[in-house]
Design a protein around this ligand. Structure first.
Ligand SMILES: [Zn+2]
Length: 53
């Protein structure tokens, strides 16, 4: 099981569970409006800047 986060242009972010872990699941249909939504890949996210006091 793997959970993926997608971003719909109309509805915002949503998460989908996939039973198989095939990978390369880059887009899916939004469950609300059926628009093709791109996957949000948090693995490429840069660490937030921690303010120094
Ligand atoms: Zn949507």
């Amino acid at each position: 099981m793997a959970i993926y986060t997608f971003s719909c242009q109309l509805c915002g972010e949503f998460t989908v569970w996939h039973k198989s872990n095939k990978g390369n699941k880059q887009e899916t249909l939004c469950p609300t409006c059926k628009t093709v939504s791109k996957r949000v890949d948090y693995s490429h996210q840069i660490d937030p800047v921690v303010p120094s006091f």
